[in-house]
Ligand binder design. Sequence first.
Ligand code: GDP
Length: 369
Amino acid sequence: IRQTPHCAGCGIALQSDNQQSPGYVPMASIDKDDTICQRCFRIKHYNEASSITVDQDEFLKLLGSIASTESLVVHIVDLLDFEGSLISGLQRFVGNNPVLLVVNKIDLLPRVTNWNRMRNWVQKQARENGLKVADVVLCSAKRNIGFDRVVEAVTTMRGKRDVYVVGATNVGKSTLINRLISDYSDLKRELTVSRYPGTTLDAVHIPLDDGHSIIDTPGIVYSSRLTELVSRKDLGAIMPDKPLKPMTYQLNAAQSLFFGALARFDFVEGDRQSFTAFVSSGLTIHRTKLERADELYAEHKGTLLTPPEVADLDKLPAWTRHRLRIPSGKSQDIFISGLGWIQANGTSGATVDVHAPRGVKVMLRDCIL
Ligand code: GDP
């Protein structure tokens, strides 16, 4: 009887069904000797990591093995989806290993952002989420902003240890690893992807010159992020690629904002005040009276209100309503994971409702800006 073939690079069981899943190889190569999976292949031949994903359970199994190693854990999060992409419970799994929090995509925030204040905000949010971080660096892996500080922090913090890179999907983990590979390894030498004896970590080891490795782990899928629920096409519309253009609305109570047909914000109760939306410009915001909102949605979802288009509407879970009370004396963000946030600028308090596909994380938080 033939055994399931395994990748000669990372040890994962090979499969030809799903290109985004671990262990993918084209059907024609699966039975050959010394086959390596597509992810190992890309690193070996192109010095380039690409995204693969797993669900939370598989990911936690992988994380569990980090505690018994001596390593530096680089946790990369998306600044625009901070609470959505933070791996809650990371602390329990990494043992005593230090965590470097790399906050990516800072190029998407307005240029005038006060980065010192932002760093403090990140530190506080991480702490409140139970994550003890040894250091925080802000960067843009794609636009190469602040990356020298990432390299510096990794170099000083790892000493002579392996570096595990962990993150949710779409946070820019591959982009970051590709930069690390080109900054760190000797490109004249062909990279070899090496399997650690006796382990099938489902993680790719990219060797460094000192005998240690950068270890690329699969991206974790959280269904609480809108970006995981929409189609590939709509992902392009809701994930910004250019700096956010904040949109401010002076609203009276009983007015609503639609974000395409993906979410709705109702200002239910409170004095007239302003709200600033920080979402991708690929998304149309439509303002209406609360009493007209249901009707408008019923008539215009998928047409006036897009994305998604009509054909994709029923692929999303039905909306649920989140009632949030913003206390007086303090302005807060209404955070919708994968979509962005709405800053409530008033300080006289407000009651708001957010309607969003079931399962999407919706919460109040301290203002990021
Ligand atoms: P992974 O799934 O975490 O490996 O993420 P990728 O590296 O594949 O990146 C996901 C998406 O985010 C891609 O469209 C990238 O171009 C984009 N991206 C990655 N880093 C940045 C960044 O620093 N700024 C911006 N604006 N986009 C980024």
